[in-house]
Design a protein around this ligand. Structure first.
Ligand SMILES: [Zn+2]
Length: 266
């Protein structure tokens, strides 16, 4: 598969018709019995979809996408996941697009140019405030998957947030994504040393960071196992969306088949 070589200094790849993708999400969610509610604020409508488990005690799984407007593969993957409706028995939450203004203009930040994924510690943006207000009304999640892309990367990779040292899902995620696109072979990705090819397990001390991403807020408030999935933007959009879909399915399968992973000693 050919690398496109388009992204020089930023993302210059394919775009999506966001309204069509979101309509696709809404239709599929309704067809398959999901409920929906808009995240505040009403001025930037964003839907959160929910499907309750049939059995009590089922794992609670949260998936979000579309935080960065120059990363269209996430919302496309969310639409596919809703349409194909192949989920484990679980309580499910899915937000297809957290930053619709950025997605419409194809820019990383929101309409004011703010990177929302640095705004979760002392939130200033209406989108972040609304998302957190909604999150505070939800229970804790057992697993959160955050769908992203990286225009600079040489292949797929994932960030693991796992302070409870649960069994890692990263090898399953990377193996699944690697069936459709390269895994980033770099020893250093995004300025951090890898722990295995395509897998970053950064030492996270949120209190030392002024600019929390969504993953840090979730770790501090709503869950202790999170994966940020980074598809490589220099490969075709359909390939990236497919890689994200496979990575999500692999993570959910590995997590639910093994039950809530036991904490490792140490
Ligand atoms: Zn991103």
């Amino acid at each position: 598969m050919e690398r496109l070589g388009r992204n020089r200094g930023g993302y210059f790849g394919e775009r999506i018709d966001l309204d069509a993708v979101l309509a696709d999400c809404a239709g599929a969610a309704a067809t398959h019995g999901w409920t929906s509610e808009p995240l505040p604020p009403a001025t930037t409508p964003r839907m959160a979809y929910r499907r309750a488990a049939r059995t009590p005690g089922a794992p609670r799984l949260y998936v979000s996408a579309g935080m960065h407007g120059d990363e269209p593969a996430g919302p496309l993957a969310a639409a596919r996941l809703l349409r194909e409706n192949d989920w484990p028995e679980a309580d499910l939450w899915l937000i297809p697009c957290l930053n619709p203004e950025g997605m419409r203009t194809g820019t990383r930040g929101n309409a004011q140019g703010v990177d929302l994924n640095r705004d979760y510690r002392n939130p200033q943006c209406a989108e972040t405030l609304g998302h957190i207000e909604w999150l505070r009304q939800q229970p804790r999640f057992d697993l959160t998957l955050l769908l992203h892309e990286d225009w600079e990367s040489h292949g797929f990779y994932t960030y693991e947030v796992n302070p409870g040292r649960a069994r890692s899902l990263a090898p399953d995620i990377i193996a699944a994504a690697g069936t459709v696109c390269p895994v980033d072979p770099s020893p250093v990705i995004d300025g951090r040393e890898i722990s295995e090819p395509g897998i970053l397990r950064p030492m996270i001390t949120p209190e030392e960071r002024p600019d929390w991403p969504e993953a840090f807020w979730l770790m501090a408030n709503r869950g202790r196992l999170s994966y940020t999935l980074e598809a490589p933007s220099d490969w075709p959009l359909a390939v990236r969306a497919e890689a994200l879909v496979r990575a999500v399915r692999a993570a959910l399968r590995a997590f639910t088949q093994n039950g809530t992973p036991p904490a490792m000693p140490g």
